[in-house]
Design a protein around this ligand. Structure first.
Ligand SMILES: [Zn+2]
Ligand SMILES: [Zn+2]
Length: 304
């Protein structure tokens, strides 16, 4: 089992308000970490909360609204100033390469480490990258500009044999051991057997879903079905459904409906509008549909 934890660095939409910062979450894998969104002041919050920013191995940006990525250049620059050597994966919508290059060109600077830039559009519904035993898969959302969610899967590397396919084969104990050690082909009675023909695909545990800026969007339901934990934006109460439609955001009631239909275990809501002093009413509304709902707040740690 992994020791996966989500540290919430921001729970507000658009801007800082009443102790709530815009979106960023730090996914702690134990040996390293992945950042989901990087709003302004993300570096400040990482250091305030005692989280090691040099341990971040990948940064995923959901979309190019400022409250999700204006902290990126500052964070990368500070990593470089502190002589980072390890390369960094950036998974973001198309345009990210040009954005970073223009910033570096204007400041006539370069980073002390390599960037591996992955454009989300090339990886929809596919694993974009893997760090240790955690795989990240982007999914499409529906917002004012292209916006994407992230599925976080734990990948189990154990080799599992397909019982139906091996039952009539004269496999010895030694053959099994060889395949388990990673041998791709073995010879049995003069015939070549490919390991991939007798083993099952790697098992994954559906751990966590990060769904930020989107309107109520049912096409995500089959993709997030039965994940353990769902974070879903809930910018407004349902009485402001007209504002949710105008701005292409979700209401608390709708976020809970997605959780119910997707049969997840636990729902966390966030990205609250600054019109709400706290999350109480949003939480009440969501719980009327999906009782296992919690509100994200700064410094909250979700143990997955
Ligand atoms: Zn936003
Ligand atoms: Zn947005």
């Amino acid at each position: 089992m992994s020791t996966l934890k989500v540290h919430v660095l921001g729970s507000n939409s658009a801007q800082y308000f009443n102790g709530r910062y815009p979106s960023a979450q730090y996914l702690d894998l134990g040996s390293g970490s992945i950042l989901l969104d990087c709003s302004e002041a993300t570096l400040f919050r990482l250091t305030t909360y005692g989280l090691k920013y040099q341990k971040i191995k990948a940064i995923c940006i959901s979309h190019f609204h400022g409250d999700h990525f204006y902290g990126l250049m500052g964070l990368l620059t500070t990593m470089s100033l502190n002589k980072r050597k390890e390369s960094m994966i950036i998974l973001a919508p198309k345009g990210i390469q040009e954005y970073i290059e223009l910033n570096l060109e204007l400041s006539q600077s370069r980073f002390s480490f390599d960037l591996e830039i992955l454009e989300i559009e090339d990886y929809i519904d596919k694993q974009a990258f893997r760090i240790d035993n955690i795989g990240i898969k982007p999914i499409e959302l529906s917002h004012k500009i292209p916006s994407f969610g992230f599925l976080v899967d734990e990948i189990i590397d154990d080799i599992r044999f397909d019982k139906d396919k091996i039952k009539d084969l004269p496999l010895s104990r030694d053959h099994f051991i060889q395949i388990q050690k990673g041998v791709k082909e073995i010879e049995i009675e003069g015939q070549i057997l490919r390991a991939e023909d007798v083993i099952l695909p790697k098992e994954t545990r559906k751990k966590y879903v990060y769904v930020t800026d989107t309107e109520y969007f049912e096409p995500i339901i089959p993709k997030i079905k039965a994940y353990q934990t769902l974070y879903h934006e809930a910018t407004f109460l349902h009485e402001l459904k007209h504002r949710a439609i105008e701005t292409k955001h979700t209401t608390a009631l709708e976020a809970a409906t997605i959780a119910l239909k997707a049969e997840v275990s636990t729902l966390y809501i966030g990205h609250f509008s600054s019109r709400y002093l706290n999350s109480d009413a949003l939480l009440r509304e969501a719980r009327s549909v999906f009782p296992e709902t919690y509100a994200v707040i700064e410094k909250l740690i979700i143990d997955l």
